[in-house]
Design a binder for this molecule. Sequence first.
Ligand SMILES: O=C(O)CCC(=O)C(=O)O
Ligand SMILES: [Fe+2]
Length: 343
Amino acid sequence: MAVRGNGCLSVDAQIKAQQLLETFVILNEQALNSGFTIKDIRESYVKCENRRLSTEKNGKSWHSSGVPLCVLATALFTILIVVLLPHTLTTQRCLLQNNFFVMEATRPLTDCDKVCKGVNSVLILDNTTKEEFSKLAYSSRPILVRGGANHWSARRIFSFDFFRRLYEGVGNNDSARARRESYYQSVEEECQFFPFRTDFVSLREVFAMPEERANFSVGQKPWYIGWSNCHPEVASILRQHYERPHFLPESSEVSAIDWVFMGGYGVGASIHLDYVSRPSWQAQISGSKTWKLIPPPECEDVCTAFSVTVNAGDIVLIDTNQWYHDTYINPGPLSITIGSEYG
Ligand SMILES: O=C(O)CCC(=O)C(=O)O
Ligand SMILES: [Fe+2]
């Protein structure tokens, strides 16, 4: 069987990790409320580490040097590094998704000169070739390839109903039920569901919503969700209608996991950074979405934030590991995107 799963924690472990995270976040918030900035917390940890290394080198005990902030900073980082990170670093867009404080405190610093200095807009390419793109593919420069997905049949075929039929199937005999169960279970247990702007807690609930809500009829609560697919059967059905963007380098890895984001007008994903090791492409199948890209705080003196609107048929390429990002769905047709990692 093809590789399925992205290393997310079990539900139990997620609950425990979440409790620890909450403690960590409260401590951080208290520190921030009393006048510390995230930069201070990070710097105090780095300073403490340096001090510990130098006192230990000199044969002294660091703990007896009695620096309370150092003890706190180290305790917070120990919780993160020993308890959480061995799991979360492999969880991709999992647990730490919206945890700004934790992300900020633990991520490697960005090389501003390389990643964002002098970049104040997305690079727009009207069409591109493998050759042209190969020079840019790993540059961390956000790129928009206009019309890059226009020829995909997904542009005609993908809709809320298409996905509902795919997951719900037809009929209610044993085999239809088993297939439905395995598709949903795969999202719940091996992949991920993102309740960005919604009260739905699972993809099952999304596809069980009444027609009026699915159509965003007046008076209905709006929704915006995402999920990743790691079920090979679902992937093979989806992939009949799109391909890996034709301009990606031949040598770049093909991810077994695809991401779908779907929903209507309004706020999309709130600001976050992803823990993914590779840059991502995302094709706008229908509707239109505006991304705001924000450089990490250590680069704010030399880099600027900017936005990019992605219209149906366009493909956007972003190193979501380096650029903080949020999204906003523009008025108009349902926004459906499909994406994956490459690199
Ligand atoms: O498409 C969106 O609304 C959010 C996508 C995102 O955060 C990502 O692909 O990393
Ligand atoms: Fe993201």
